[in-house]
Write a protein of this length. Structure first.
Length: 236
């Protein structure tokens, strides 16, 4: 009940100023619009993909010209797959199921593409999806929903910095941070398996495999024994 009440309160605050055209369904007024649906999708995506094991917290900010959803953690399937849709690997499946139950969020894997589709149909400036690193070193996923029409003089620009600007990370920078985190995990537990690395870091198996292969290519680690019973040897 706490989850339902807390998240519906947050949603109503976010959606308070969104326009609601006067539309009747029979004798009843229908206040729901595609924009409201998209905002709920963004909220569900933010909460269900947050890495709550990190020190950062979920932050949702509403401005006159945009809504910004920010959660700690990287995009598990990568930004390209997130925008493409069709696949889903939420960190918090239980939270996603609970949100679906109370009408927040749609089918897994369809959320972000649906947001882009709705924003395009409404002729708004295109949403932005970024992975950034703040002063605390925590990588965050940030989804920005502009609330201005394309070509408007109020359109979001880089000339309007946040109070605490965060520089978007390049793919190579995200990869290096992930490689470093994998190495630290191996140092702490030389017997850790790739599957355990993937589970503990909340990343996909392919992301864990890529990081391990990079460490091998650089001559930093090697594996002795089998994948299940072997151990890592660090050659630093």
């Amino acid at each position: 009940m706490t989850l339902k009440n807390g998240n519906t309160k947050v949603y109503f605050k976010i959606a308070a100023d969104l326009k609601k055209p006067f539309v009747l369904d029979g004798i009843y007024r229908t206040d729901d619009t595609p924009i409201h649906v998209a905002v709920r999708e963004a909220l569900a995506n933010c909460l269900s993909n947050a890495d709550f094991l990190l020190s950062g917290s979920v932050v949702i900010r509403k401005y006159p010209d945009k809504i910004v959803f920010s959660n700690p953690g990287t995009i598990r399937l990568g930004k390209k797959q997130m925008l493409r849709g069709g696949e889903s690997q939420p960190r918090n499946k239980l939270i996603l199921n609970m949100l679906n139950y109370i009408g927040i969020g749609e089918r897994a894997g369809s959320g972000v593409p649906n947001i882009y589709k709705i924003w395009k149909e409404e002729n708004f400036e295109e949403p932005k999806v970024e992975e950034t690193s703040g002063r605390d070193g925590i990588i965050r996923t940030i989804v920005t929903l502009p609330l201005v029409l394309k070509g408007s003089t109020l359109a979001i620009s880089e000339k309007q910095p946040e109070k605490s600007p965060e520089k978007p990370l390049k793919h190579s920078e995200i990869m290096e941070k992930r490689i470093g985190a994998v190495l630290e995990m191996i140092k702490a537990d030389p017997s850790v398996s790739r599957a355990e690395i993937s589970a503990r870091m909340q990343i996909s198996d392919s992301q864990a495999r890529t990081a391990i292969e990079k460490l091998k290519e650089r001559g930093i680690i090697r594996r002795e024994g089998s994948d299940t019973n072997g151990k890592w040897v660090i050659s630093l």
